[in-house]
Design a protein around this ligand. Sequence first.
Ligand SMILES: *Cc1c(COP(=O)(O)O)cnc(C)c1O
Length: 388
Amino acid sequence: MQAIMNTYGRLPVTFTSGQGSWLTDVDGRRYLDALSGIAVCGLGHAHPAVSAAIREQADKLIHTSNLYSIERQQSLAEALVRVSGMENVFFSNSGAEANEAAIKIARKYGHDRGIHEPVIIVMTKAFHGRTMATLTATGNVKVQEGFGPLLNGFIRVPYMNLDAIRNVIAANPNVVAVMLEPVQGEGGLATASAEYLQGVRTLCDDNKLLMMLDEVQTGNGRTGKYFCFQHYGFMPDVVTTAKGLGNGVPIGACLARGIAAETLQPGNHGSTYGGNPLACAAGLAVVETIEQENLCAHAQLMGEYLRAGFQARLASTGRLKEIRGLGLMIGLVLDKDCPTMMADALKEGLLLNVTSGNVVRLLPPLNVDKAEADQIIEIVSNLIAALS
Ligand SMILES: *Cc1c(COP(=O)(O)O)cnc(C)c1O
């Protein structure tokens, strides 16, 4: 481990293989994966459609660069446009990079309109990534500490507060965009209401601002729709995604429509790997499988099943304050911090994690079945009930 830079706190387990919702470690012990590599392996581990797509593409062509047209990239872009109603796509290799593209679109959109010090409104407890711009946009001083100076051009407001956005817009003619997550995956699973999101849309329309949704975690079926915004009947100007898009193969995407789709021109932005044939083959298999196996509806259904199960099991304990999130993005808000929960669950053969100290986060594969859901409910409920 000394050869690896010391940037992660890790649990003492090493996995060697996976199948569906299950992982196997070096000693042959099996674990139920209720975290999916942090919302990445939405189709479960070793999904045959994804594995076949990667294998076939690897045998044909892995990379050519964006100096040439790429068939797979074109196909994946068309698939994403079809499932989202957005107009075009820029491909990156990660969520942070997808958000970098969004931030650059917003800034360029400002410059094109004569705003040379563009400002993007961002939210408290937001998480947008670890690059310098996305770290600046992130609302967590703990992850920013030690990395100043951060970037100019971001103003933070309290999440879920329309007046705060309205006030910043009124006071600042340089505002060009509002950037937010519909569910704050790293920020304790805080979940925006329909009224709030629709209100942000209206404020953006009235003030010619771009509404930019970070769906790096909420996208690709996770909340019970392909994108979370599709629950609410409006369209964002920019939406980013990554995590679940490649089922483990690194890929990110920044989707745009309207003026945002026309803002970047040749030479304005790029990525050597972004949208390469291998990553796009995986992405295409994911989008098609989500559609063919009806996984958005299944995620919605299993989300309801898990929530009902937790309510039934935990109501009497007094430990469960609230269940946050949407679909298979589930946050069990406890009445106290649970710093050993992740390690305790591992001992019981279950993978999960904890955000914001007291929120148990569950992100099982979209195709999790009822028997697996029952096991998740059983183990997690017992651990919570046993909290002293
Ligand atoms: C994970 C995440 C990111 C960062 O994605 P990386 O692929 O780690 O760069 C950005 N935004 C949200 C909402 C995320 O959940």
